[in-house]
Write a protein that binds this ligand. Structure first.
Ligand code: ADP
Ligand code: MG
Length: 259
């Protein structure tokens, strides 16, 4: 699965916090159209990698390159909003939503990044502005339908069940129209039926042409979804391959037993 040329290429990513190397020189290649798993014991550097990829952390050394149809872009050293604008969206390990806003409004916030109206339209409420607002709402509704929240559009985020909040976060990330979506432990704390629904939606996202990097602790989710898996341990990549290959790799078994 996936074309020959990588969509994302990380070379020798180093992330140092004082004396701790959360990433100790990690190479990572993600092919377009795949779900790429990133696994490893607690504290192995998975979330740090997400934060480096999205500009929350500036890597101490190394490079992150995103290949797009119109050429390659270096992402390291860019701000989170620049990286989001170049097509990389994410969800966080802990749910981060506007709790007092409805599901629809949360997605609209994501869409505003791509809003093309100008300041005069906004102030004057011109017909063009009104038309764009209608289009944005329609697009937000279609995203909510995609993640199975169409009937909950008017519910405040804080009143949604936890599993639905996680899906809403994914919807808000999709509003950025990403080429690459990063999911940090989306199944954490979910019930089995919620995990089944989440799994279906992640597969739909991949099938819609969006490449996914998935950090996940549930091995059955990783096995069921991931086209390829990279394994981190103490900031080093210790294994890579199909989900089945890495699951049977003695180095991986040892890393998990030692954790
Ligand atoms: P994982 O997501 O795999 O559980 P993290 O990437 O969150 O692991 O953390 C990797 C290591 O880096 C841990 O030892 C963690 O304590 C450390 N770490 C992560 N972020 C910071 C930070 N901002 N400051 C200091 N240490 C950090
Ligand atoms: Mg983490």
């Amino acid at each position: 699965r996936g074309g020959a040329d990588p969509l994302l290429k990380v070379e020798q990513a180093l992330m140092q916090f004082g004396g701790l190397k959360a990433l100790a020189g990690v190479d990572l290649t993600v092919r377009p159209g795949t779900i790429h798993g990133l696994i490893g014991p607690n504290g192995s550097g998975k979330s740090t990698m997400m934060n480096v990829l999205t500009g929350i952390y500036k890597p101490t050394a190394g490079s992150v390159t995103l290949a797009r149809a119109d050429g390659s872009t270096r992402l390291d050293g860019r701000t989170p909003s620049e990286i989001a604008a170049s097509g990389v969206a994410r969800t966080f390990q802990n749910v981060q939503l506007f709790r007092e806003m409805t599901a629809l409004e949360n997605v609209l916030v994501g869409l505003h990044h791509s809003f093309r109206g100008n300041i005069f339209d906004a102030i004057l409420g011109t017909p063009r502005r009104k038309r764009e607002e209608r289009e944005q709402r329609a697009r937000a509704m279609s995203i909510l339908d995609f993640v199975g929240l169409g009937s909950l559009a008017q519910v405040e985020a804080r009143n949604l069940p936890y599993g639905k909040q996680r899906l809403l976060e994914i919807g808000r990330a999709l509003a950025l129209d990403p080429v690459l979506l990063l999911l940090d432990e989306p199944a954490a704390g979910l019930t089995a039926p919620d995990i089944a629904e989440l799994t279906t939606i992640i597969r739909k996202i991949r099938d819609a042409g969006i490449t996914v990097i998935l950090i996940e602790h549930h091995m059955d989710v990783v096995m069921g979804l991931c086209d390829r898996v990279s394994v981190l341990d103490f900031g080093h990549k210790i294994a890579e391959g199909s989900a089945r290959e890495v699951q049977q790799d003695p180095k991986v078994v040892e890393a998990y037993l030692g954790s």
